[in-house]
Design a protein around this ligand. Structure first.
Ligand code: NDP
Length: 334
């Protein structure tokens, strides 16, 4: 069995953000049509709670590909050499079950998550949204900035991060790349007030975004929290907005941003308007008026990783990228 290993820099070259946005829209539509399997992910939390090992299997029927992302999440290692998300996407074909490819998961996760937020922004943000706030300044913040520029005409960006120097460094680096005013601001409130497009990309466990700060008509991509006990948005922000999710079943198990207000009795399950894929296939409406506030709660789905892996694998073969390794998988009876 020949397996193609595709490393981090190759993923970056093979999966441009604009291509990934289109790919993610397709994958989420497939999920909404019932043509994909995405069991709930499993996580192994280390006893000292410093990190999680996540296992995320998925199957995308039209691609005839199944796979699993195996990923460690070790937050708060900003000064370290390594990404907070490390691992591999294992891509399998579904005729004989052969492992086709092992792909760096740090880069896949970084790109596909921002691409999904871009799809949500296309469907849920106002067409004229141009004032962007980003909370957080890590890997996801960088990728979200890139993705938001692709789907809206951004005229101003404000960045807040827990560590002010990180926000300043982010803004300085971004200002060199984008022809747009990009400012680091001292508080999350300074970033969010008046913004019509907001991406929350922090590892915070307690809310960093308050409903009181939101301007009517804003759209929020809530990306950072993906466990039931952590949230980035306060109860008021969730309660006053139309809430869309990547997957209902996952949100009901994993989304602290939704589950904590529900525990408080402020909202119930009906507060979830539906899945982004359902908006994409026209089953449910997206934004209905310029005044309503919308939230896309992203948790991250295995089918996004499988779809990205499928695309990267084929691009790599076409361009002669990656490294082939003879791994095994042969049937031996003696
Ligand atoms: P990074 O480690 O690169 O960045 C983490 C960011 O979170 C930094 O800006 C840091 O601020 C901020 N932060 C950490 N702790 C706190 C806190 N207590 N309060 C406020 N801000 C805090 O991580 P990533 O960018 O890769 O990931 C960000 C989040 O997104 C993570 O929680 C991750 O699990 C989640 N994620 C979600 C995905 C999805 O599909 N929805 C996919 C991938 C990631 P500073 O450095 O200024 O201190």
């Amino acid at each position: 069995m020949n397996v193609l290993i595709i490393n981090q820099s190759e993923v970056r070259a093979l999966l441009p953000m604009d291509a990934c946005i289109a790919l993610m829209a397709g994958a989420l539509a497939v999920l909404a049509r019932g043509e994909a399997l995405n069991p709930l992910r499993r996580g192994l939390l280390l006893p000292d709670k410093r990190g999680i090992l996540g296992l995320m299997p998925g199957y995308v029927v039209p691609m005839r590909m199944m796979g699993a992302k195996v990923i460690s999440v070790f937050p708060d290692q900003r000064e370290a050499e390594y990404d907070s998300h490390q691992g591999a996407v294992l891509l399998f074909e579904t005729e004989q079950g052969r492992l086709l490819s092992i792909i760096d998961a740090s880069e896949v996760t970084a790109i596909r998550t921002a691409a999904v937020s871009a799809v949500a922004t296309q469907r849920l943000a106002r067409k004229d949204a141009s004032d962007l706030a980003i909370l957080g300044s890590g890997v996801q913040a960088h990728r979200h900035l890139e993705a938001m520029f692709l789907v809206r005409s951004i005229e101003r960006v404000r960045i807040w991060s827990r560590t002010p120097e990180h926000a300043q460094a982010f803004a300085a680096r971004a200002a060199r790349r984008y022809n747009c005013p990009i400012h680091a601001v001292p508080t999350a409130e300074d970033a969010v007030r008046g913004a019509d497009l907001i991406c929350t990309t922090t590892s915070a466990r307690e809310p960093v975004l308050m409903g009181d700060w939101l301007t009517p008509g804003a759209h929020i991509n809530a990306v950072g929290s993906s466990v039931p006990y952590a949230r980035e948005l306060d109860t008021k922000a969730i309660a006053q907005s139309r809430l869309f999710v990547d997957r209902r079943e996952s949100a009901l198990r994993e989304a602290g941003d939704f589950l904590i207000p529900r525990q408080e009795g402020v909202i119930d399950e009906t507060h979830i308007q539906g899945e982004l894929g359902e908006v994409l296939i026209g089953r449910i409406p997206g934004r209905r008026s310029p005044e309503e506030t919308t939230i896309f709660k992203s948790l991250g789905l295995a089918i996004e990783d499988v779809a990205a892996g499928y695309y990267i694998y084929h691009q790599a073969i076409e361009r002669g990228a990656g490294t082939w390794v003879e791994l095994g998988g042969q049937r031996h009876l003696d």
